[in-house]
Unconditional design. Structure first.
Length: 156
C-alpha cells in the first residue's frame, strides 16, 4: 500500500514537472517565432530589447512614465503590474510608442498563454480587454497559432 501511494505521488510530481516544462517550451517556441534573433524585420530589434531588459535579474531603472516600469514585473507574473501596463498611456498613442505597446501585449500573450492572459484581462473593463486582446492578436498569425479564449474576447 505504501509503495502504491509513493508511486502515485512520484507520478503526479513528474506530470507537474512535465507540464511546467511544456509551458516553458511553448513560450520559447513562440518567442523565437514572433521575435526571432536574426531577421530583417523590426521584430528582431524587439527581441534584443526584450532579451536585454526583461530577462535581466533586476528590473530596469527607468522613469515611472516608461512602460518597462510595469512591463518587467508583469512579464514576471505580477498581476497588479499587468493591470498597470494594460492602462499605460502608450496604448492610445499613435506611432512608435503605441506600436511598442502592441508588441508588448503580444509578448505577454505568448508568455502567459491563452488561459492566464484571459484571466488577467477578465478583471479589466470592456474597452481595455478589447484594446489589449486586439493589440496582442494583431501581431499573431492566427492561421498558425490559435488563442481561442483571447480571440473570443473580440468575437473571432
Amino acid at each position: 500500500m505504501k509503495q502504491a501511494v509513493l508511486n502515485l505521488v512520484l507520478l503526479a510530481t513528474g506530470m507537474l514537472c512535465i507540464g511546467g516544462c511544456a509551458t516553458r517550451n511553448e513560450f520559447g517556441r513562440l518567442y523565437d517565432y514572433y521575435f526571432p534573433r536574426h531577421s530583417e524585420y523590426v521584430t528582431a530589434e524587439y527581441r534584443q530589447y526584450y532579451d536585454r531588459w526583461l530577462f535581466s535579474k533586476t528590473p530596469p531603472d527607468v522613469p515611472p512614465t516608461n512602460s518597462l516600469r510595469s512591463l518587467y514585473p508583469a512579464f514576471h507574473g505580477d498581476a497588479t503590474a499587468a493591470h498597470t501596463f494594460f492602462h499605460h498611456p502608450d496604448r492610445a498613442t499613435a506611432g512608435e510608442f503605441g506600436e511598442v505597446w502592441c508588441y508588448d501585449c503580444a509578448l505577454l500573450l505568448i508568455r502567459f498563454g491563452d488561459e492566464r492572459f484571459c484571466a488577467l484581462l477578465e478583471h479589466e473593463d470592456g474597452k481595455t480587454r478589447t484594446m489589449v486582446a486586439g493589440s496582442a492578436l494583431s501581431q499573431i498569425d492566427l492561421k498558425k497559432h490559435s488563442f481561442p479564449k483571447t480571440q473570443a474576447l473580440l468575437g473571432y
